[in-house]
Design a protein around this ligand. Structure first.
Ligand SMILES: NC(=O)C1=CN([C@@H]2O[C@H](COP(=O)(O)OP(=O)(O)OC[C@H]3O[C@@H](n4cnc5c(N)ncnc54)[C@H](OP(=O)(O)O)[C@@H]3O)[C@@H](O)[C@H]2O)[C@@H](O)CC1
Ligand SMILES: Nc1ncnc2c1ncn2[C@@H]1O[C@H](COP(=O)(O)OP(=O)(O)O)[C@@H](O)[C@H]1O
Length: 291
């Protein structure tokens, strides 16, 4: 459905085509490996949330490369995760990292990941490195983070100005930074430099809870890792993949909530059911009234 201003509301019918079903000949590497540099001493939980959500979205493997304590917590929750460096098909960078306090070693590691030119999700404490992103990249700020990114640009905007006119600011940021922008909010807007304009409005307000965005990063990271071949030749695939991640996040929240409150990990737990429902027929629209 096309809304005012030419924004297309992303629906199950379209999203279904952006889930990669494993084939008989697949192995864990051919399905795609997501490298994850997230979490810090202050926010180790974000590492757990993103890695868990990526595994639950379906991919070959997650390589988590972060601080020891965060790695241990990730392994406690998901022993499937590998903490040894190696080849990856996509990166998830920045959730649970503070750009103002991160160490030089972390900055270098983030920059090295970006220099590989692979499909990348840039979140939270890696957003300031957007100019170093040379591969197909989606940035995932909320309004406050986008305000920080724009603070030194010719046309800065406050978080409340951005939230009040999210579509326009998402388009502006996509042009300015030359990346696909996923601007989080009650309605999430996805804009690309080549003109994609997608919205997802179905997320219940229960999603406004700590760590919910970290889960979204993991879902999107998994979708990029499982579509890395396509992304190599077709960066335009980033926008539908980003919108599909947001729709899955919303659907998982609806399933986990059943009309009541949710914790961020509940969303990650419900992602396999949301994927299955999407592949079958989409979430029953009756369940969308729970927000
Ligand atoms: N479990 C984990 O590991 C989690 C880890 N997380 C990670 O945390 C990192 C930071 O991301 P974030 O979006 O939370 O903070 P950020 O963009 O710096 O915005 C701060 C703004 O909020 C405001 N503010 C603060 N308190 C407020 C209050 N009580 N009531 C009202 N306003 C309040 C504050 O305003 P101020 O107090 O300065 O006036 C400021 O404007 C990021 O890396 C993320 O991944 C999160 O996902 C959570 C779970
Ligand atoms: N009122 C709301 N209705 C629907 N979804 C919301 C609402 N508020 C926040 N969200 C969603 O919840 C998530 C919050 O992410 P974020 O702001 O990064 O939080 P955190 O840093 O705690 O993970 C985003 O996906 C956002 O779109």
């Amino acid at each position: 459905m096309v809304n005012s201003g030419g924004w297309l509301e992303w629906e199950a019918e379209q999203a279904r085509d952006w889930i990669s079903r494993p084939q008989a000949g697949d192995d864990k590497y051919s399905r795609g490996v997501l490298g994850v540099r997230t979490g810090s001493k202050d926010y180790p939980g974000a590492a757990v949330l993103g890695a868990d959500a990526a595994v639950r979205t379906g991919l070959g493997m997650v390589r988590y490369l972060g601080p020891r304590r965060a790695a241990n917590l990730v392994l406690q929750r998901r022993p499937e995760v590998v903490t040894v460096p190696g080849r990856v098909q996509a990166w998830l960078l920045g959730s649970g990292i503070n750009a103002a306090t991160r160490t030089d070693a972390v900055s270098t590691a983030l920059a090295e990941a970006l220099a590989e030119g692979l499909p990348t999700v840039l979140d939270a404490g890696a957003l300031d490195l957007v100019a170093r992103a040379i591969g197909p990249t989606v940035i995932t700020p909320h309004a406050g983070e986008l305000a920080t990114m724009l603070a030194n640009e010719a046309k800065p905007g406050s978080a409340s100005q951005i939230a009040a006119n999210a579509g326009e600011w998402a388009i502006r940021a996509a042009r300015l930074f030359d990346v696909t922008v996923l601007l989080k909010g009650a309605v999430t807007h996805i804009a690309s430099p080549s003109g994609a304009r997608l919205t997802v409005s179905t997320g219940p307000a229960w999603l406004a809870t700590a760590g919910s965005g970290d889960v979204l990063g993991g879902i999107l990271g998994a979708l990029l890792a499982t579509h890395s071949d396509q992304l190599e030749t077709d960066a335009a695939a980033l926008a539908p993949l980003a919108a599909t991640a947001v729709l899955l996040h919303a659907d998982a929240a609806i399933l986990a909530s059943a009309g009541g409150p949710i914790a961020a990990l509940d969303i990650a737990d419900a992602v396999p059911l949301a994927v299955a429902a999407l592949l079958e027929h989409g979430i029953d629209p009756g369940q969308r009234t729970t927000g």
